[in-house]
Design a protein around this ligand. Structure first.
Ligand SMILES: *Cc1c(COP(=O)(O)O)cnc(C)c1O
Length: 221
């Protein structure tokens, strides 16, 4: 059995120790975890949860409708899913195409959603995300949307490469973040860091870490 409560307490303490002027948000990534585990985390004080798969997330949200949870969508987005994503999530962290942004905006029906631009920081052609040199232009285009509140950037850095590469990517992300922040007062989010690299990410200025297995244990297959 995993002790979710203890994991959250330890993680919260570490986050506090590793960050100085900012208070980073912990997004508990609950994909492939049961809603009962989400309740366990909720009872330990966790309020922010991330999900990757729309249908799975909606099934759990039904069971959790009485819980005041802030839901973050962190998976790849198909354009035909935008309406349901806009209706069921408070944040969408994986916006990387204008078509998706437009559809989300059209589906908001009065509600504001917080969004992040997903960045392909390792610049691998097969990965999702905006290339670093396109971020400025994309961010400017996003400002036309009434119901999308651009809060910052999100990335999944290289996982299986040398540590040096990861650090290099974290430095680049921080630069992109600071640059956007200087242009737009609403920008306050650098979403980077998962179970295996959140400590390093916090050292490099992450304001939002997305942690799954380190809180909930291994995912069901
Ligand atoms: C699954 C996932 C996470 C969490 O991964 P862990 O290694 O379990 O912490 C974070 N971000 C994204 C985008 C994910 O898909």
């Amino acid at each position: 059995m995993t002790n979710i409560k203890e994991n959250i307490e330890i993680l919260t303490k570490q986050v506090k120790e590793l960050s100085f002027d900012i208070k980073p948000t912990i997004v508990a990534v609950s994909k492939q975890q049961s809603y009962l585990k989400i309740i366990e985390a909720f009872n330990a004080g966790q309020r922010v949860f991330g999900e990757n798969y729309l249908q799975e997330a909606m099934d759990k949200q039904k069971d959790l409708k009485d819980y005041p949870i802030e839901w973050h969508f962190i998976g790849p987005i198909q354009s035909n899913k935008c309406k349901l994503i806009a209706e069921n999530f408070d944040w969408v962290q994986t916006v990387d195409r204008m078509k998706i942004a437009r559809r989300l905006d059209e589906s908001c029906s009065g509600k504001i959603i917080n969004i992040c631009i997903q960045i392909n920081i390792s610049e691998e052609p097969t990965k999702s995300g905006i290339m670093p040199n396109q971020v400025d232009t994309f961010a400017k285009e996003l400002s036309q949307f009434k119901y999308l509140n651009l809060r910052g950037i999100m990335a999944i850095p290289s996982q299986n490469k040398k540590d040096g590469n990861l650090k290099h990517e974290l430095v680049s992300l921080k630069k992109i973040f600071v640059n956007l922040k200087n242009q737009n007062n609403n920008i306050d989010t650098l979403s980077v860091g998962m179970s295996n690299d959140y400590k390093l990410a916090l050292n490099y200025g992450s304001t939002m870490i997305r942690v799954g297995s380190h809180i909930f244990g291994a995912r069901a297959k």
